[in-house]
Design a protein around this ligand. Structure first.
Ligand code: NAG
Ligand code: NAG
Length: 422
């Protein structure tokens, strides 16, 4: 094998289309030679990183250059990306605003042009929310499509790796590089990759919209996302259907109980020995709440999970995707005192996470693509949530959306054009 590799270099044949491409990795995914801190001061020491995560190993085999680890919200336990231990990622569209979290650094580096692609982890919208706030593509495939080996926190039933990319095309390339093909194919349908062309090769897409939920966002977001749907109708003839997604608040709570219980369970062996002073204030509060959930609450949450899956299956009988804004607010102000003390902002936090839950709790594939900017120039993302294993359809739809509106977007204030020779 070594000899074959050497030959490859002599002939200057790229290992893959990702050969030489810079990729950054969220600090929740194992990537040698770096420790995996999970945004904490202690986890990198308590749990040494001994091997690349499966998705990182696949990228490396494709020739990707692992540029480094990106900062994140401590333990992924918040949505702002404010981290008092390692510094807070700022939004390249306005450095006075948050980048969103928990994959804050991954969103910021892609937005600023430093890498075309970065990996994140999405347990409660943590890839898609910062992607929307930073105006990049955020893609979370179906649960089980990617290997969770080497991804923290271990064995969450809601979390998995995801992709942040400058364009849908780049997301497709990275996706094809990291899909898990190590397990027998009866565990998941065969992988399909979309052939993206400027005139979409799919027609009659039916988009399900729950008006009351859709409207539960700032006026700029509502108007912009509605306009995007009108564009899809005008340009491609894709119709929007009115649907109801029942029990959204119950789903949010059941997801919260699930993610909290799983986090506590997988980190218990470390947390029991840890001094509270090692943990940021907001994460101390989060861990206190997580640790209070009973096994009965966890089990009842799983009942709600089945019930909610049934509701979604009903919607997918008539619609191809569910469409919503990605977040209820755009990037908000990063307060000076939050830099050293962290921050708990439940109002903005709730508005950020409002549209994320089904992707995690039901394992559905979901993608966000930038569709416009608010009055302050901050990006607005539109989300498409698909049927299980419908990634190819989702990527087609996201690409069509990108093609229909990306020419109107303004560039971030902080942007490095790595291809410019000067
Ligand atoms: C959502 O808001 C729009 C105006 O932005 C309004 O026309 C529509 O009736 C609202 N829908 C619901 C279900 O509240
Ligand atoms: C703590 C725990 O259960 N870890 C398991 C998580 O899943 C991987 C495989 O996906 C196992 O190797 C771990 O033992």
């Amino acid at each position: 094998r070594a000899a074959l590799h050497w030959l490859t270099y002599i002939q200057w044949t790229p290992l893959s289309v990702m050969d030489g491409v810079l990729v950054a990795v969220k600090d929740e995914i194992d990537c040698l030679p770096y420790p995996t801190t999970g945004g904490t001061r202690w986890l990198g020491k308590a749990r040494p990183c001994e091997a690349d995560a499966a998705c990182v190993a696949q990228l490396r085999a494709c020739g990707a250059v692992l540029a480094g680890k990106t900062n994140m919200h401590e333990l992924g336990a918040g949505t702002s990306g404010i981290n008092p231990h390692h510094g807070s990622a700022r939004n390249p569209y306005n450095v006075g605003k948050v980048a969103g979290g928990s994959s804050s650094g991954s969103a910021a580096v892609v937005c600023a042009g430093l890498c075309p692609v970065a990996l994140g982890v999405d347990g409660g919208g943590s890839v898609r929310m910062p992607a929307a706030l930073c105006g990049v593509v955020g893609f979370k495939p179906t649960a089980g499509r990617l290997s969770n080996a080497g991804v923290l926190p271990l064995n969450w039933t809601v979390g998995m790796a995801g992709i942040l990319a400058g364009t849908v095309e780049d997301a497709v390339v990275a996706y094809s590089a990291i899909v898990d093909q190590s397990q027998p194919s009866y565990l998941r349908p065969e992988l399909n990759l979309p052939m993206l062309t400027s005139t979409p090769s799919i027609s009659n897409v039916r988009l399900a919209k729950y008006g009351k939920w859709f409207n539960d966002s700032s006026e700029d977001i509502r108007t912009c996302c509605d306009k995007a749907l009108q564009t899809l109708r005008a340009q491609y003839g894709w119709e929007t259907l009115d649907v109801t997604v029942p029990e959204i608040e119950e789903m949010r709570l059941a997801h919260y109980v699930t993610i909290g219980s799983e986090c506590t369970a997988s980190l218990a062996k470390y947390l029991d020995k840890l001094k509270r002073s090692e943990i940021g204030w907001d994460v101390r509060v989060a861990l206190g709440v997580y640790g209070s959930f009973s096994s009965r609450a966890y089990l009842n949450s799983q009942r709600l999970r089945n019930r909610q899956m049934f509701f979604h299956k009903e919607i997918f009988k008539t619609a191809d995707v569910i469409v919503s804004p990605m977040t209820g607010v755009t990037a908000y102000t990063l307060q000076d005192d939050a830099l050293s003390s962290g921050e708990l902002d439940y109002i903005n936090g709730a508005a950020l996470i409002r549209y994320s839950i089904a992707g995690n709790f039901l394992g559905l594939p979901a993608i966000t693509v930038m569709v416009g900017q608010d009055k302050g120039g901050l990006p607005i993302g539109l989300q498409f949530i698909g049927r299980p294993w419908s990634e190819a359809t989702l990527l087609h739809i996201a690409f069509a959306m990108q093609e229909a509106c990306s020419k109107n977007h303004r560039k971030p204030v902080v942007f490095y054009d790595l291809l410019k020779k000067d």
